[in-house]
Design a protein around this ligand. Structure first.
Ligand SMILES: [Zn+2]
Length: 208
């Protein structure tokens, strides 16, 4: 069965939350109707490749009038969302074979999570390890990060959310011996994953 990708679920949640915001803050009926139509159209595009069984869950998708209802709906979709594949420590070691003292992710904590990528840090060496999967293949990327100072806030290049202070760092990596630098990225990958609605930048960064 074709399932929803985590970033597609995030997109759906974002669209429905936008609808709720319009219900609350825009009194004008016409604007609300237009928003409903736009939301219905955008979500319709995202779910068009899914089976009728899943698409049926989206009937009257613009009926929600409170964020609580949206949250319950999003929660109800979780059986239909792709989970990140289970990794063994051997697989992780193989992906980062050049790293001498590799720290391992918390396998238990990440079990059964719907993630677009898996990321974990080694605070001692300021390393950030990223794993992405596509079509049964795993991609690993070994990065360094520099935390940003103070209350400066910047946008994460993967999730496009504004983050402040210790939530975000300047990330560099090497690809084919070339230095890839200057990417601000969330240091908490679970937080980042919740807000990714488009995976183009992630794929590009992972070299897919
Ligand atoms: Zn992010």
């Amino acid at each position: 069965m074709v399932l929803l990708k985590p970033h597609e679920l995030n997109f759906i949640r974002q669209q429905l939350s936008h609808l709720i915001q319009t219900v609350y803050f825009v009194g004008d009926y016409r604007t609300l109707r237009l928003t409903e139509e736009a939301v219905e159209f955008k979500i319709g595009e995202v779910i068009s490749h899914l089976s009728p069984e899943i698409r049926n869950l989206f009937q009257n998708i613009t009926r929600f009038r409170g964020q609580g209802e949206v949250n319950t709906f999003i929660q109800s979709l979780s059986p239909y969302v792709e989970k990140f594949p289970k990794l063994s420590s051997n697989q992780v070691r193989k992906l980062f074979s050049k790293v001498k003292k590799l720290s391992m992710p918390d396998f238990e904590k990440m079990e059964d999570l719907a993630l677009e990528y898996l990321g974990w840090r080694d605070i001692a060496t300021h390393s950030l390890y990223l794993v992405y999967h596509e079509k049964g293949e795993l991609y690993g990327l070994d990065c360094r990060y520099k935390p940003i100072s103070g209350n400066k806030s910047v946008f994460c290049c993967l999730c496009n959310q504004r983050r402040i202070g210790n939530q975000i760092g300047l990330v560099t990596t090497k690809r084919n011996n070339d230095l890839v630098s200057g990417n601000y990225m969330c240091l908490d990958s679970q937080l980042c994953n919740q807000d990714i609605t488009d995976i183009r930048k992630l794929r590009e960064f992972m070299g897919v």
